[in-house]
Design a protein around this ligand. Structure first.
Ligand code: ZN
Length: 268
């Protein structure tokens, strides 16, 4: 599908000046860089405003919506073709210097699983049925997103869901809201571990240095982020996006002259 592949583009959290086009809130939702897709945990599939279409769920269970385009673009209807004797394509040896691949030993096995009988009373009052299942996506030990799913014969899709943010307060009490602590990207520590593992297998993997730098930056570990970006810069000099990333992280550290240098290089 055309759209899903382009969804791997960069996502940016919405801001006050550029709020979520679906729920109008200034945080927690994400827009794709081309502005054609949005992750919005406050909008249920089927309840999106006109011009938007539910596409699929993101890795944290929240729905992804895309700008409604011509139907063929979002949901290509393939013409029924006559069955043909399929020919296997001929293998072409890849030049080894172009390969950027590192196998990780095992895929994650701890995907969140739905659990029954966990609907809190306040959601029951809002009409969420008691038989709904809850799937928890932990962002940290004290922050998670709960997704409640249930069968709904009145809904066009036959099922319905709602997604709620939750956190545990320092006193141990559960509060169904975002809380004051910043939310880091979903499973960012695992992303860091995976990038590190990839680099033990292939130490000059530019994309892993860049990804690790991005992850460190999200964690606020700017010094480590600089190290990663500089390493990536050494391996692949004159990359404008890397110079820009270095400029951004320098700026965050208050190192303005260095930031300017990197921005100039990015523009050169
Ligand atoms: Zn939103």
């Amino acid at each position: 599908m055309v759209v899903t592949s382009s969804l791997h583009a960069n996502w940016k959290e919405v801001t006050k000046s550029n709020p979520c086009p679906l729920c109008q809130k200034p945080d927690w939702c994400y827009r794709s860089e081309n502005e054609e897709a949005v992750v919005c945990g406050r909008t249920n599939p089927g309840e999106e405003p006109g011009g938007w279409k539910y596409l699929k769920d993101a890795s944290d269970g929240r729905p992804i919506f895309a700008v409604e385009q011509e139907r063929e673009y979002l949901f290509p209807i393939r013409p029924i073709k006559q069955k043909q004797q399929s020919k296997l394509p001929k293998a072409i040896p890849l030049p080894s210097e172009n390969l950027e691949l590192a196998h990780l030993p095992k895929p994650p096995t701890d995907q969140p699983k739905p659990k029954a009988n966990q609907v809190p009373p306040w959601l029951l009052e809002k009409g969420i049925p008691a038989h709904a299942t809850e799937t928890r996506y932990y962002y940290s030990q004290s922050q998670w997103v709960s997704r409640f799913d249930w069968k709904d014969p009145n809904h066009p899709k036959g099922h319905n869901k709602t997604i709620r943010q939750c956190h545990r307060k320092p006193n141990g009490k559960v509060k169904w809201s975002k809380g004051d602590i910043e939310w880091l990207p979903y499973r960012i520590d695992e992303a860091i571990a995976s990038y590190r593992q990839a680099l033990t297998i292939k130490p000059d993997l530019v994309s892993a240095h860049k990804g690790l730098g991005d992850a460190f930056q999200k964690k606020g570990w700017y010094h480590d982020a600089v190290g990663c970006y500089q390493k990536a810069n050494e391996l692949k000099p004159d990359d404008a996006s890397m110079n820009r990333a270095l400029g951004d992280v320098m700026l965050r550290q208050g190192r303005e002259p260095e930031a300017l240098d990197y921005y100039r290089q990015a523009l050169a």
